[in-house]
Write a protein that binds this ligand. Sequence first.
Ligand SMILES: [Zn+2]
Length: 249
Amino acid sequence: MELIYVFILGSAIGSFLNVLILRTPRDESVSFPASHCMSCNTPLRIWHNIPILSWIFLRGKCAFCGEKISVQYPFIEFLSGIIFVLSALKLGLTFQAFGVALTFDLLLALSVIDFRYKMVPDSINLSALTVAMLSAVSLEQLGYNITNALLFAGGFTLLRFYLSYAIKKEAMGEADIMIAATMGALLGVQLGLVAIFLGAVLALPALLLTQGETEDSKQLPFIPFLAMGCWIVLMFDTTVTVYLAGLYG
Ligand SMILES: [Zn+2]
């Protein structure tokens, strides 16, 4: 029963994610002006702003001008609801579960922005890292999260130095290092490395598919795959840990 409220909370936060996705790449304020139709600029009424349901009732069209509203809006709201429900199922109704869900919501926003605009706003990236570090139920866990974030941030900075030297140009962006630190905070060192490896494996088919295309489309956004790898490892952490123990005895 509580999970219904968790889903409603998640989809409401998903509604705010849509605002982030729309406004952050244009450097607009996320709080002002209030939500409005992208086509006719009419401010939305409260009942036009209900996550998922409004889009269904309006049949995907603006109530004022009839312009189509992208299915991306209800989709993000739905996905965010699911992220919150699965986090609660995994970690219980805890502050940690809320933090983890919020981190993945921010990674979802980053993934969409990375995919659509080929950019990674630091504001959202740093928010995800901060929330990930704070996602703890004890001071001990908080310290553990911060230590792991530092290890990953440092480790990937070193890797970047060596790689950049080896290939004689800037390897990896600062954004990638922040994402890695977020993954370290969420998963710890061992599972974090598995998640990054899984992200790379998931990106392979997409890399192969886009290989024949133009220079521009070769810039495959990597963040969606890292976020997916991170999510899968977090959801199946016990299975992964058991598997690793079997591999290394
Ligand atoms: Zn309109």
